[in-house]
Design a protein around this ligand. Structure first.
Ligand code: PGA
Length: 255
């Protein structure tokens, strides 16, 4: 639990499977759901499998403590976009949430804040709850620009249309993703505090209750410390979410 403006809010632990997982991997998600059924966790839990698994996983996990989301959507509602998937399609497949603006998409596909903002708006229209990812590169941090970059990303990627709607921000320093490196706790707290400030500037009191997740090499052995840091409302977990054992240990660390 994290206290925000006098309210207790559940921490949110989200597992991003990225381009990993076939039908057999659903067993890992099932194992997480079974463990949470036997021993409920304090945290909210969601898994974001590749799009091909969403429909099956949503069916198998219906009624369990594990929610299912997608990893991206197109910035337009419908159209001639071969190979792409729109918000309504993810929703129709059973997704409740969607990760948007992950650095792997910003960097590989040139997604700008403007594109991410359009995607967030599409998610809102379809009733999908977005997790909006932000985070600085190694060189931006080395040049002392981390706060400035992240502030601009939050401001420009979170449209005013989502004011009061459920969404989260995930702070994922690019240099920490998949690298085994993590920022220090004071560095995480500094960025999270600056994100909270932008959220309140932009959305007023509603900005106070938006969960701010940390992501980037969250593992069973560092999860408790990271999740206990000020303004850390949860974790976005990549590699360690692929194993039910590791993911559960992170979920349990969320208190
Ligand atoms: P990682 O990935 O936990 O493997 O570093 C995090 C992410 O990209 O969401």
């Amino acid at each position: 639990m994290v206290e925000v403006s006098g309210r207790q809010i559940r921490k949110f632990v989200a597992g991003n499977w990225k381009m990993h997982g076939l039908g057999s991997s659903i067993g890992e998600a099932r194992a997480v759901a079974e463990s949470l059924a036997a021993e409920p966790a304090a945290a909210r839990v969601a898994i974001f499998p590749p799009a091909t698994l969403i429909h099956r996983m949503a069916g198998e996990l219906a009624g369990t403590a594990v929610e299912v989301g997608g990893q991206d959507i197109h910035a337009h509602a419908w159209g001639a976009y071969t190979g792409d998937i729109c918000a309504e399609m993810l929703k129709d497949a059973g997704a409740q949430l969607v990760i948007l603006g992950h650095s792997e998409r910003r960097n590989t596909y040139g997604e700008t804040n403007e594109v991410v903002s359009a995607k967030v708006d599409q998610a809102r229209r379809a009733g999908l709850e977005p997790i909006i990812c932000v985070g600085e590169s190694r060189s931006q941090r080395e040049h002392g620009r981390a706060i400035e970059v992240v502030r601009a990303q939050v401001k420009e990627s979170a449209p005013l249309s989502i004011a009061g709607k459920p969404f989260s921000i995930a702070y994922e320093p690019i240099w920490a993703i998949g690298s085994g490196l993590t920022p220090t706790i004071p560095q995480i707290e500094e960025v999270h505090a600056s994100i909270r400030k932008v959220l309140v500037e932009r959305f007023g009191a509603a900005g106070n209750v938006v969960p701010i997740l940390y992501g980037g090499s969250v593992k069973p052995d560092n999860a408790a410390e990271i999740l206990a840091a000020r303004e850390v409302g949860g974790a976005l977990v990549g590699g360690a979410s692929l194993s039910a054992t590791d993911f559960l240990s992170i979920i349990r660390a969320a208190g």
